[in-house]
Design a protein around this ligand. Structure first.
Ligand code: SAH
Ligand code: SF4
Ligand code: F3S
Length: 452
């Protein structure tokens, strides 16, 4: 019998954690644990954690805290804290979660199999937060895939050397290092053969891919991935504005599979704050990059990340950020209230902003952006767009009798990363179809497949 127990994996955090969790699932699989979505069935529970903001960290502790009671009834249950909070806390995690068995840091994945065996044979309270210059690589296996098989993440580099003053990533993910192009191409070729149509290449600063290792550049890597048969779309995140090269802009323009969408985090529209954040660019430099991008790729969709309430942020600084949103008109943004991280230098900055003020600014910003997000969505009405089908949609059109029409409501994404809902009779996950967009709202577009 292949399996001797069940594994439940709970993932918090960024796309890199989603990728890592699939790898953890594979290791668990090879150690006799079948993945389950039912927490009550689990013989091993892994929480893959994130420490980017206080709230994410609390989520991990509160999830793992629940197992104190369950473990009393089920003593053989193994509980694992993996990822960024594990790396940050190390030994200290046991003080807050006394029933925890394993603390598995971000660079310890290649040793996870051995740790499981050791715990099963009686070893207690294992901590592995050792560094590793190597990036854990395992060839993908479809057994760990979740429902959306058409789109997958592939980590191309780990760590970060930028040390933005608010950010924990350089401390919990270590120094920047890149995978070899050969191993990336091999993994994507494998994924394509398994039916994957869209790939998102992941790194904290993909523009500096391969530089330390003296490998091919990121635009060259994109060109290689563009050649892989079966892949329809290539996305990537995250691009750092200070390193966005013209070559990357040309790659977006010229490579047919690279999506006409760029996520380019600005963080703040104020030069004073950008400097305090150690971002390495000014508002003017950012605008210059956006203008170059729009010149070469006029229809490009743009998204960004913003932090409000960073120490020293005055009303004027905040207004600079609001005006930047008006000027650029992003398709979407991710905005966060600054969260103090004790390992990052900004925690020691004197002029911290009151929580209530941060919330107020965040709400203002989100309200302004809603106008532009909806505006950008409405600009799609009447267009015929290529949509990559992701699965069934929970949303239903009022007054439309799906059953009588023998149809289902499906959803997919445009090249610009907008969600589209549409009725369909015979499309399946991974199909690329043409949809005529009929309606647009704040969060999604609605349309009909051509010919239906
Ligand atoms: N490497 C990426 C960012 C990864 S973290 C980049 O440089 O753009 C994702 C986002 O989380 C960041 O862009 C930032 O907006 C936000 N973030 C990071 N640290 C934060 C903190 N301490 N408080 C609030 N938001 C934070
Ligand atoms: Fe964090 Fe800055 Fe590195 Fe992004 S570039 S991961 S924000 S330190
Ligand atoms: Fe969070 Fe770690 Fe990603 S801190 S954002 S899971 S790199």
């Amino acid at each position: 019998m292949k399996y001797s127990g069940y594994a439940y994996i709970y993932t918090i955090g960024c796309q890199m954690n989603v990728y890592d969790s699939e790898k953890l699932a594979l290791i668990l699989d090879s150690h006799g644990y079948e993945k389950t979505e039912d927490m009550d069935k689990a013989d091993i529970v892994v929480c893959n954690t994130c420490s980017i903001r206080h709230k994410a960290e609390e989520k991990a502790f509160s999830f793992l805290g629940r197992f104190a009671r369950i473990k009393k009834k089920k003593p053989h249950l193994i509980t694992v804290m993996a990822g960024c909070v594990a790396q940050q806390e190390g030994e200290k995690a046991f003080a807050r979660v006394p029933h925890l068995d394993v603390v598995l840091g971000t660079q310890a994945f290649s040793r996870f199999g051995g740790i499981i065996d050791a715990v099963k044979s009686g070893k207690q309270k294992v901590v592995d937060i050792e560094d590793s210059s190597m990036i854990y690589e395992a060839l993908p296996d479809t057994s760990c895939f979740d429902e959306n098989k058409s789109s997958k993440f592939v980590t191309i580099m780990q760590g970060c050397d930028n040390f933005c003053t608010y950010c924990v990533v350089p401390y919990v993910r270590g120094r920047e290092r890149s995978r070899s192009p050969e191993s990336i191409v091999k993994e994507i070729t494998w994924l394509a053969a398994a039916g994957v149509k869209e790939i998102t290449l992941l790194g904290q600063n993909v523009n500096s891919y391969g530089q330390k290792e003296d490998q091919i550049s990121f635009p060259q890597l994109l060109a290689e991935v563009n050649e892989i048969k079966g892949i329809y779309r290539i996305r990537f995140a995250t691009s750092h504005p200070k390193d966005l090269s013209n070559d990357l802009i040309y790659a977006i323009r010229d490579l047919d599979k690279v999506c006409n969408h760029l996520h380019l985090p600005i963080q703040s529209g104020s030069n004073k704050i950008l400097k305090k954040m150690n971002r390495g660019y000014t508002r003017e430099k950012y605008m210059d990059r956006i203008l170059s991008l729009k010149k070469e790729c006029p229809d490009i969709a743009l998204s960004t990340d913003i932090i409000v309430g960073f120490p020293y942020e005055t009303r004027e600084d905040f207004n600079d950020t609001m005006n930047l949103l008006r000027e650029i008109q992003f398709d979407s943004i991710f905005a966060f209230a600054y969260s103090d991280r004790s390992s990052a230098p900004a925690a020691k900055f004197p002029q911290q902003i009151a929580e209530a003020k941060k919330r107020e600014r965040l709400n203002h910003l989100l309200e302004l952006q809603e106008y532009y997000t909806e505006k950008k969505n409405k600009e799609q009405v009447g267009k015929i767009l290529d949509v990559l089908v992701e699965g069934k949609s929970g949303k239903k059109r009022d007054g439309f009798d799906y059953a009588a029409n023998n149809m289902e409501q499906m959803k997919g994404r445009t090249e610009s990363n907008k969600i589209v809902h549409f009725p369909s009779r015979d499309t399946v996950i991974g199909d690329m179809i043409k949809i005529k967009i009929e309606n647009a709202y704040l969060h999604s577009l609605w349309g009909h497949p051509l010919g239906v």
